[in-house]
Design a protein around this ligand. Structure first.
Ligand SMILES: [Fe+2]
Length: 366
């Protein structure tokens, strides 16, 4: 994944270099492109000469291709799209802000650094592959420099332009489910990470912490991101990572080719988020609870008492609003994987209740 990722970053950076406004930024990016080329050659030689994958650049890249996860393909597909958009309109500041947020913050800062950290920790601890260990520490130094540059550029753009700020938030919202998917191993086989002496929960905790601290440093509060706003941020990163993993295992997030199959724990986490997403004033004005009448699972309901929202399993008694839907389809809507409008238009979601309550549906969720 490192090799393919660096090769794609290297290409995207040429578009960023032509779009940044200042000489200093252009000079920095020229050095970054040369760093990326050096790192690419390092990983390429490791894969070819140590791991025996391929016999030239193209065949080594092809050999790496089959190991790429769904999330990885989505993220780098988006990188290609945003780089192409920037090539067509190099003066478009919000597109530049999106390219920098994806390249420097999300891919290099949030995804590559944790991946390298865990592999480097393992080879150092085991005393294996000293050449790889040394190379990884050089790459890590370069990456830290690239991420610091990107964060500074982004912070300036976010603080001076609302359009850039909105564009960065939109990019983070779009890519956050894919970030989760980058680390989902084939067949959810945990031995892919445990073989390197770390768990998937370790990776997610590290990534979540890294993402939130970087967002704050560029001037965006984590709660401004849709998925992070659903999360219980009073919990530790380790607990939040474990809850995320429950949703990954239930097929709710991490690979959109999977259909969700919710466990009891997944329902609890999903409704915890649903209650958090609810507009309390609108929910209270309905004059009664909201019930989810699942076509394939036990019902759940949400009730507002004295301004406090509670989600509970079971029927609501007399609901003001009843949502009839399959549990997997609700999971997709709740996490933004499918738009609620799609569920309504395709009749996967049927809404029952008095007309005034039904009319408030669009305003019910933040
Ligand atoms: Fe880099």
């Amino acid at each position: 994944m490192f090799l393919t990722g660096i090769e794609r970053i290297e290409r995207a950076l040429t578009a960023v270099l032509l779009a940044v406004p200042g000489h200093a930024e252009r000079s920095f990016l020229a050095t970054q492109i040369s760093d990326e080329a050096r790192s690419r050659i390092f990983f390429e030689r490791f894969l070819r000469e140590v791991a025996g994958q391929g016999n030239d650049t193209a065949s080594t890249l092809r050999a790496a291709e089959r190991h790429l996860t769904w999330g990885f393909r989505q993220i780098f597909g988006e990188l290609d799209r945003v780089a192409e958009a920037l090539r067509k309109k190099p003066g478009d500041r919000p597109v530049l802000a999106q390219a920098v947020s994806l390249c420097h913050v999300i891919i290099e800062g949030v995804l590559a650094i944790p991946g390298q950290h865990f592999i480097q920790r393992y080879v150092e601890k085991q005393g294996l592959l000293p050449g790889l260990t040394r190379g990884l520490s050089h790459v890590a130094l370069d990456e830290a420099r690239h991420v610091a540059f990107g964060m500074r550029l982004l912070r300036d753009m976010v603080s001076t332009s609302k359009d850039c700020r909105d564009a960065v938030i939109a990019m983070c919202n779009r890519t956050l489910p894919w970030m989760v998917g980058v680390f989902v191993p084939p067949g959810l086989d945990s031995s892919y990470s445990e073989g390197f002496d770390f768990t998937l929960a370790d990776v997610y905790a590290f990534g979540l912490k890294s993402l939130e601290s970087k967002l704050e440093r560029v001037g965006i509060a984590p709660r401004e991101l849709m998925l992070l706003s659903l999360d219980d941020r009073s919990l530790s990163y380790e607990e939040r990572a474990k809850r995320l993993l429950v949703l990954v295992r239930a097929g709710v997030i991490g690979d959109d080719r999977r259909e969700p199959r919710l466990s009891l724990e997944a329902f609890e986490i999903l409704f915890d988020g649903t209650a958090r997403a609810l507009d309390v004033a609108v929910a209270a004005s309905l004059g009664g609870p909201i019930e989810w009448d699942f076509t394939d699972a036990e019902p759940w309901h949400v009730i507002v008492t004295n301004g406090r929202v509670e989600a509970k399993p079971g029927r609501a008694g007399t609901p003001a609003l009843c949502l009839e839907i399959a549990s997997g389809d609700w999971a997709k809507v709740a996490l933004g994987r499918s738009p609620a409008r799609w569920a309504l238009v395709t009749r996967k979601l049927r809404v029952h209740g008095h007309l005034p309550a039904k009319a408030k549906l669009a305003k019910l969720f933040n």
